[in-house]
Write a protein that binds this ligand. Structure first.
Ligand SMILES: *[C@@H]1O[C@H](CO)[C@@H](O)[C@H](O)[C@H]1NC(C)=O
Ligand SMILES: *[C@@H]1O[C@H](CO)[C@@H](O)[C@H](O)[C@H]1NC(C)=O
Ligand SMILES: *[C@@H]1O[C@H](CO)[C@@H](O)[C@H](O)[C@H]1NC(C)=O
Length: 225
């Protein structure tokens, strides 16, 4: 009986440890998706074509054409679910060199602006980032996951660290609790077993007493009582 008791505690411990390790390692790699929320262009660069072909591109990435953006001084708003969204994504807090361009039929494509797009540019709480260029455009980007990297001072990365620290602390705390529970369980089990054995011995003693056989000898053996 006491043995079965402590086994169930062991099973519980293993279960808890497994779930802790699962929860700690299932976070996986984070990627932060950048979508275009709105854009206004103030000019076009193409002389011949009546409709410009505006696109967004990051170095080493694909062209993302903005099929709707054709008129100057018109605010184009997006909901983030358009077929061409998202614009790009960050795998770390490293910046990317990105820009808005316009396809040019004759010479190389025209540049609205090219700049370093950084996860830390996106500000909490919505993960919004406004890129305004007086002559060329005003664009709003969204990246909610980027706020984790936000440079609202480096205290943000600080808080990331504290978060990790707290995570570790939680694991340690849980381990301590589990060990304590295990030890208490074993102690209780042992006490229970002792009590049971004492009862059995007593029962045997009483039985012997009733039978009246060689009490002295048996007493000698059952000193333990
Ligand atoms: C670029 O486009 C190709 C083909 O559509 C796709 O396989 C690839 O993942 C894209 N790359 C990026 C960085 O989005
Ligand atoms: C740029 O666009 C954003 C969002 O539409 C707006 O809040 C902001 O006032 C605009 N800035 C300028 C200078 O037009
Ligand atoms: C991030 O840092 C840059 C350079 O230190 C600063 O210009 C910018 O305003 C900061 N952004 C935020 C959201 O604090």
């Amino acid at each position: 009986m006491p043995i079965r008791r402590s086994t169930s505690f062991e099973v519980l411990t293993v279960f808890l440890l497994v779930s802790v390790s699962l929860s700690c390692c299932s976070e996986g790699e984070e990627s932060a998706v950048v979508t275009l929320d709105s854009i206004v262009i103030y000019k076009t660069h193409e002389w011949l074509a009546s409709k410009p072909t505006v696109y967004f591109k990051c170095q080493g990435g694909n062209k993302t054409k903005l099929p709707d953006v054709q008129k100057v001084h018109v605010l184009y708003s997006f909901n983030g679910e358009e077929s061409w969204q998202p614009l790009t994504e960050f795998k770390s807090k490293k910046c990317k060199r990105c820009g808005f361009y316009e396809e040019d039929s004759i010479k190389s494509d025209d540049v609205f602006e090219e700049w370093e797009l950084c996860p830390s540019d996106f500000t909490a709480p919505d993960g919004e980032y406004v890129r305004y260029n007086k002559k060329e455009f005003n664009a709003t980007f969204l990246c909610l996951e980027c706020t984790a990297y936000s440079n609202v001072t480096s205290s943000s990365s600080h808080s990331h660290d504290t978060e990790k620290g707290m995570h570790a602390a939680a694991i340690i705390l849980i381990s301590v609790i589990v060990s304590t529970v295990l030890i208490i369980g074993m102690v209780i089990g042992y006490k229970y077993w002792q009590k049971k054995r004492r009862e059995q011995d007593q029962a045997r003693f009483l039985k012997l007493f009733e039978d009246g056989d060689d009490i002295e000898d048996e007493l000698g053996l059952n000193d333990v009582i």
